[in-house]
Each structure stands twice: as structure tokens, then as C-alpha cells.
Design a protein around this ligand. Sequence first.
Ligand code: NCD
Ligand code: ZN
Length: 346
Amino acid sequence: MTQSLTIARPDDWHLHLRDGAMLVAVLPETARHFARAIIMPNLVPPVVTGAQAAAYRDRILAALPADMSFTPLMTLYLTEDTDPDDVAAAHASGLIKAVKLYPAGATTNSASGVANFENVRATLDRMAEIGLPLCVHGEVTDADIDIFDREAVFIDRVLDPIRKATPGLRVIMEHITTSNGVDYVKSNATDLGATITTHHLIINRNHLLVGGIKPHYYCLPVAKREEHRLALRAAATSGDARFFLGTDSAPHMDALKEHACGCAGCFTATNTMALLAHVFEEDGALDQLEAFASQNGPAFYGLPTNSDTITLTKSEAPTIFPSKIDAGDDTVTVFDPGFPVHWDVT
Ligand code: NCD
Ligand code: ZN
């Protein structure tokens, strides 16, 4: 029995490509299936200015194998020193599609993030004026807030006040992990969207912690309780145009994941589309996969849906994905869902 599904070519609305040897290793994994991706700017040092984003885009395009096509959609990393004129110029030239807000210290390479939101007010106002969206890493970093509560607290303490103070600002809550995130998006009008990762549709915090700690399931925001995973599944498979795919595929060298102080990030670029087909089929929602992976994202960003397609095929035998890919002197582990998957992009 073979089943197949053809959908418009998907895009990834939240992706880490890194730089150097890692970029060369991981870029084909995304470009094989995806036409475009919003490229996260959390390099070391971060991509802060338009000039840095242009140089990074050129390095990405130089790393792309000659037989592949892929369009990186660049972003700027918002800092308290960001110049609103530089942001506006990078947007006007078509170089950038969003600005990324990391609360200082929230995640990998976020030391330059924002601590005092008053200092980014002028940039946010300008973005609202020119229609440039803000991508938000929605976690507070206060030491007294439990890591599993950081997204919910961020919505009340930071996100809602920012949105009220900046009417018209289009916001994408990145990689939501809680029912609080889902509910907040649903309670608001069309200027708010959210990305959902593949791995947060599959794992909860038990997968990370029960039976031994699984470093390759550790990412930020950290996976939450099962009830939250189910809320994400319901949102992703609902067809609601405010929810779309952002894999947050975040490669780290295995030596740094399998470590006493392991890095946060799941690498899902290789098998994301097959895993999503499995998830959507399990929820009786294969007919909504195209909306989630290929239509809702471009609509939110005001871009056309891709005109070419990919075909997913389900086979009798489980699909064999590589467990690791080579990257420079080390390897990167591909996300293992922990169950057999019969879908593949063919
Ligand atoms: C990301 C990374 O490694 O850059 N890690 C992660 O766990 N998602 C940073 C981020 O998006 O938070
Ligand atoms: Zn990310």
C-alpha cells in the first residue's frame, strides 16, 4: 500500500544555519525540501546591521550546492543599540524580512539581546510604521521564574505590554511550546502569528528526562507537559492561518550536545517533512499539512506561496533517515522521533 500527498513546496519560518563548516553541512538538508527560510541572526557575533545581514546572505548563497535553489530570508538581531534607520533601509532594499528579539540571556548566543525594552522603543515604532514583523523568542530570563513557566510569564510581563505600546506591530511568537501561547495567539487579531516546531509536536518533557537525560531532546524553549504538546498539535493541525511551521532546526556539534553543560537545540532539517506527515496523518489532518507548512507562513509575511511542489510518499517499510550528518570535524545528530516513520519526501 502506497499513499502519496503532493503539496506546494514548504518554507521554514525559523531556521539556524550557523556559519563556516556547519553552514556548509546543514544548508543542503534544508534546501533539499524547503524553498525559503527565515534565517536566525544569532551568530557569534550576532547579525545586527544591514551590512552584516548582506554579508551573511552572501555566505549562505556561496555555500549552496550548485544544483540546489534556496532563498534565505534574512533577519536582524535586535539590540539596545540598533539604529532604526539601518533597519528601515535593510527592509526597504528587500534584504530583511523580520527583526528578531531575544531577551538578554534567554538562549544560545543571546548575550546581546534586549534587557531594557525602553531602549528599543524607537525601532519597534519604526517597524510598525513600515510593516516589518518582529520575531520574538518568548521567554523571560528572570532567575526566580521556573524554566517551565518562562513562556507563560513572558506573554503577560513582556509581550502583551510591547504589543499594547506599539499598535500595528506585526509579531510572530517563535516556537511556542504551551497552551498559553496558543491561547494568546487565538485571542488576538491578525497582527499576531506563531511558529511551531516539528519536535514540539512530538516530544514532551518526559521524553527529555525519563529513563535518563536525552541531550538531543534538549532545546529552548524546553519541551513542556503533555497537555501543552497536545495544544500545539491541535493548533498546528487546525488549519488556523495564524500557526505555521518554523522548525527551529538548531545544529550543534555532538561533542557540545553530549556534554556536562549541553547546548540547547534539536536538529530536524533532515526529516522534518516526513515527521510532519506522520503527525498530521496520526491526527487525521493530512489535508491541513499544506496550510501549516506551505501556505500560512508566506501569507503572514505577505509573500506568495511557492509555485512548485513536493511529494510525500508513505511506504510499507519504515524510512531510514541518517542518524547523524558530518559537519567539519564532528557530527550533528538528526532528531530521532522515537517511533518508526513511513513517510518520506520522494
Ligand atoms: C537555538 C540555537 O541553538 O541557536 N537553540 C534552541 O534550543 N532552539 C536558539 C533558539 O532559537 O532559542
Ligand atoms: Zn531558534
